[in-house]
Design a protein. Structure first.
Length: 350
């Protein structure tokens, strides 16, 4: 089969690999769509994990082989995959800190080499401990919609960490695909969103996705606008969906006392940032983060996407064949005004 193999920093190569062999408790899935995720881009650009690997974890496709001991699936099922599933039994899991669970940290889907998602390949092996996260795609929905379950799951997980009440106001900094998901999900929960971005096109999109206000993030009077909007109190929460430390300071300044600032894009280690810690101690503002997905939310995410109550289709702006995965990653790494979610479609060249 064809697969795009990471061979070192910024070195992705189309190679021929054996189709993965699956055991009696596993599935073989022919990949139809795999979204390009910023966490993969970072690994590819900065070489934070050793090669060789096949990345791609926002995957949907068709089951082509079912291990003899697997129940509930059959060849031909169209499915969305989930590559991290916790044990639900360890100390972390008992505290619902699923992303810290040792089982969760093992990647359960691979196209070969050290498991790394494998979605940039024609076939993936789905291991037994992630079968829990496999969701069937209804007939009327597309593989592209299926590939959006994983990213939307990560956003819903983050939203669950916020103590918000209907009518509250939240700031979402950054209106790329993830920021737009926050905007829409919060508005679906009757949270009134102030969306910011530096690109006017994205502010237009934010309004389409339901934001009450969409303002340039670098506007000199942004603080005055928020002040007036909230009658001096400040916002109830802020989500920082861009990896900018200035954005964190801005968010901390714009939320009210005892408000929450949630970091979603600060995934690079080793870059300490200066924040006034009295805003945490005296003003009781919570600084918190959320990383990756929560399999216990998967059914809710599937309902949202497949019912199209959250129609994810407008988020997908570009699709690339497998042979152009490097170009797909390059575009995702340098977002253009007209680019949002970028998806690789391995079947498109067959
Ligand atoms: Zn991802
Ligand atoms: Zn666990």
């Amino acid at each position: 089969m064809r697969a795009v193999v990471y061979r070192g920093p910024n070195d992705l190569r189309l190679e021929t690999l054996p189709v993965p062999r699956v055991g009696s408790t596993e599935l073989l899935v022919q990949v139809a769509a795999c979204g390009v995720c910023p966490t993969d881009i970072k690994k590819i650009q900065y070489g934070t994990v050793p090669p060789p690997r096949v990345f791609g974890h926002e995957t949907s496709g068709t089951i082509v082989r079912v291990g003899g001991r697997v129940r509930g699936f059959q060849p031909g099922d169209r499915v969305a995959l989930h590559h991290h599933v916790p044990c639900l039994d360890c100390h972390y899991c008992r505290h619902r800190a699923f992303a810290q669970c040792a089982t969760y940290k093992r990647t359960g889907i691979t196209a070969g080499f050290e498991p790394a998602g494998g979605g940039y390949a024609e076939y993936v092996r789905v291991r037994s401990f992630v079968l829990e996260g496999v969701v069937k795609i209804p007939r009327r929905n597309t593989f592209l919609e299926g590939a959006m379950l994983e990213p939307l799951n990560t956003v819903l997980k983050a939203v669950q960490r916020l103590r918000l009440q209907p009518g509250d106001r939240a700031l979402v900094i950054g209106q790329g695909p993830i920021g737009l998901m926050f905007t829409r999900l919060l508005e679906l929960r009757q949270i009134r969103v102030v969306a910011t971005d530096l690109m006017p096109e994205r502010l237009r999109l934010a309004r389409k996705f339901g934001a009450r206000h969409a303002w340039p993030g670098d506007h000199p009077r942004l603080a005055d606008r928020v002040h007036r909007l909230t009658r001096g109190r400040g916002l109830d929460a802020a989500i920082v969906a861009v990896p900018s430390d200035d954005a964190v300071r801005q968010a901390l300044a714009l939320v009210r006392g005892a408000g929450q600032v949630l970091l979603f894009a600060h995934t690079r280690r080793g870059h300490p940032a200066a924040v006034d810690l009295a805003t945490v101690c005296v003003d009781e503002k919570d600084l918190l983060g959320s990383y990756s997905s929560d399999v216990t939310l998967q059914a809710e995410v599937a309902r949202l996407v497949f019912s199209r109550r959250f129609d994810v289709r407008p988020l997908i702006t570009h699709t690339f064949p497998l042979s152009a995965t490097a170009a797909a990653v390059a575009l995702a790494a340098q977002p253009q005004p007209n680019s949002l979610k970028i998806v690789v479609q391995p079947l498109s060249e067959r």
